[in-house]
Write a protein of this length. Structure first.
Length: 227
């Protein structure tokens, strides 16, 4: 299937801490982002756009970014700015109806099977998102740390990436979002009146957010290789 991929990778990793952005930390002997890119490229996109921070020297020195399908764009302060930059680079190349996958650079454990399942939902006009049902009990907490309510988890799913959108619809949705706090592409589509379809994913498609996640991702990759 003709499709494109955008990987926002301009984040500084403030929550993770440390001097090196988490997408460039070593995981099993290679940077986190390389694991993610290799799995995405297995789906054979027309092109994959990596959106990096201005003056990102880590990306410039990175071994493994020489695949001719990989393009580079410069992102902004927020994720939505980086995704917009990646889509702008595809202007004139991607057709309005072409599927575009957007994937976090710090989700290195996504499987090719999940990517194929997401692409199989490309005919849904509202887009599609990998997600898993929420399993934990949810507590609403006030600013003092006091529990104020237990929320029902019925019908709640935790969104992952990749997320799939039609190129034209996503460009329009992000343009219409203005400066709103859009945390993922599905939210932008929802705000524009679309209803993305959930594609059940795997719980091991984790996002590296905290230092402990790096060791967990290493264990997941090792288990996936043994399977």
């Amino acid at each position: 299937m003709r499709h494109w991929i955008v990987v926002p990778a301009a984040g500084s990793g403030r929550r993770f801490g440390g001097g090196v952005p988490k997408q460039y930390l070593e995981l099993g002997g290679r940077p986190v982002i390389i694991h993610a890119l290799e799995r995405l490229l297995c789906s054979n996109p027309v092109a994959l756009v990596v959106v990096v921070a201005p003056g990102d020297e880590y990306w410039q020195r990175l071994a493994g970014r020489d695949d001719p399908r990989i393009l580079t764009a410069v992102g902004g302060a927020e994720r939505i700015d980086s995704v917009r930059a990646g889509l702008a680079l595809l202007a004139g190349r991607a057709a309005p109806e072409d599927p575009v996958l957007v994937h976090d650079a710090v989700r290195p454990c996504v499987t090719p099977d999940d990517i194929r399942a997401l692409l199989a939902a490309a005919d849904h006009p509202g887009g599609a998102v990998l997600a898993v049902p929420v399993a934990d009990t949810l507590k609403r907490v006030d600013t003092t740390g006091r529990v104020t309510a237990t929320e029902s988890r019925a019908g709640l799913w935790a969104a992952q990436t990749p997320q799939l959108c039609r190129y034209g619809a996503l460009v329009a949705a992000l343009a219409g979002a203005g400066g709103a706090a859009i945390t993922d592409e599905a939210a932008a589509l929802e705000a524009a009146g679309h209803h993305p379809r959930v594609v059940p994913g795997r719980r091991d498609n984790i996002k590296i957010t905290w230092p402990a996640d790096l060791a967990l991702a290493a264990a997941i990759l090792a288990a996936q290789e043994r399977a």
